[in-house]
Design a protein around this ligand. Structure first.
Ligand SMILES: NC(=O)C1=CN([C@@H]2O[C@H](COP(=O)(O)OP(=O)(O)OC[C@H]3O[C@@H](n4cnc5c(N)ncnc54)[C@H](OP(=O)(O)O)[C@@H]3O)[C@@H](O)[C@H]2O)C=CC1
Ligand SMILES: CCCCCCC/C=C/C=O
Length: 326
């Protein structure tokens, strides 16, 4: 018998995730059938979307959702011998029995760590690449604002905007994070907890903002909206400031502003470009090799610490991509 651990929903999230909402449980796995493999997680990811999706689609007893990079440790599938590395959506589990249908294509990582398939070379990297370029369509010399700018997605968006010749203004939640993104080439950086967003934008973008990549939503985004230029583009990627809010933001609908400034405001889910991910992976890996894109990971050791790493996303504990190493 093989013992597997998993994180299960004990209580649906309501507000900030609490100790009692998830439970770490153990189960015995049966023997393998023909075509099956036993995989063991090497790296797992914690992402803000897990908070939202489980609130809408989850139920008590479900395993927390999510991707992992795993190693085949036993196999009855000749195409996946022991030692093969796979990427699956097995959720928060350390060991899982899967078939080949569960395995998603791995990106070409070269000498990059396997963990990057969950970060810069994975879903967050593709979010930055497609979500920024396809929606904002930045032009050289334009002014780009990024919120959540020291996170997995935001830190990459700012660097892509620099590659495209833009002036980049980034907002992050502490001085260390601001120092890091300044070092990445962001032109102006602000600790959003210490400034008035409107004042910061009047200083850094006196003529207005062409492109806004929104990771946080809420009051922050309403302030940026006030500072958009005519024909500005807003890529609505995430709304993390609202995910745990029990008292959701109530504001006047900003449609008159959107109308008279002729703004494009578009939300997206990165999977809509899934058939083009190979293109994004190729470009990101070239930029990394050329030294134009730098990435950071905040790695939490131990499967039993997954929930701590997840809750850290909402407290700003991570710089760059939050990863859990088993
Ligand atoms: N549309 C899509 O397809 C996708 C959307 N997303 C979204 O993109 C955003 C960024 O994701 P990702 O880069 O993975 O996460 P991050 O790596 O940016 O981690 C979350 C960060 O958000 C910041 N944060 C937390 N709470 C708040 C708050 N109340 N107000 C402002 N900032 C806050 C913290 O940084 P700080 O210290 O700066 O506050 C924290 O470190 C998220 O909103 C996510 O939901 C992600 C992937 C795909
Ligand atoms: C590979 C996992 C796909 C998850 C899609 C994430 C969409 C995120 C929305 C907001 O955070």
């Amino acid at each position: 018998m093989v013992i597997a651990k998993s994180w299960k929903i004990a209580k649906l999230f309501d507000g900030v995730p609490k100790d009692e909402d998830l439970q770490l449980v153990e189960e015995d796995l049966p023997g393998l059938k023909d075509g099956e493999m036993l995989i063991e997680a090497v790296y797992l990811t914690v992402d803000p979307y897990m908070r939202v999706m489980l609130e809408t689609n989850g139920k008590v007893g479900d395993t927390m959702m999510g991707e992992q990079i795993s190693k085949v440790i036993d196999s009855k599938n000749k195409d996946y011998p022991v030692g093969t590395i796979v990427r699956t959506h097995s959720g928060w589990r350390n060991r899982t029995i899967v078939t080949s249908e569960a395995c998603r294509r791995m990106p070409e990582l070269g000498d990059l760590s396997l963990s990057t398939a969950l970060g810069v070379m994975g879903m967050p990297g593709m979010t930055a690449f497609f979500g920024f370029l396809e929606i904002c369509k930045p032009k050289e010399g334009e002014v780009v604002v990024v919120s959540g700018a020291a996170g997995a997605v935001g830190s990459l968006v700012g660097q892509i905007a620099k590659i495209k010749g833009c002036k980049v203004i980034g907002f992050a939640g502490d001085e260390e994070k601001c120092k890091w993104i300044k070092g990445l080439g962001f032109d102006c950086v602000y600790n959003y907890k210490k400034v008035t967003i409107n004042d910061a934008l009047k200083e850094a973008a006196p003529d207005g903002v062409d492109c806004y990549f929104d990771n946080v939503g809420g009051e922050f985004t309403l302030s940026v909206l006030q500072n958009m230029k005519t024909f500005g583009r807003m890529s609505i990627c995430g709304q993390i400031s609202q995910y745990n809010a029990t008292d959701k933001l109530k504001a006047e609908l900003p449609f008159p502003m959107i109308l008279f400034k002729q703004l494009l405001v578009q939300g997206f889910i990165v999977m809509r470009w899934y058939n083009r991910w190979a293109e994004g992976e190729k470009q990101m890996s070239e930029w990394i090799r050329e030294g134009k894109i730098t990435y950071k990971e905040t790695v939490t050791e131990g499967f039993e610490n997954m929930y701590t790493a997840f809750r850290g996303l909402f407290k700003g504990s991570n710089t760059g991509k939050a990863i859990v190493k088993c």
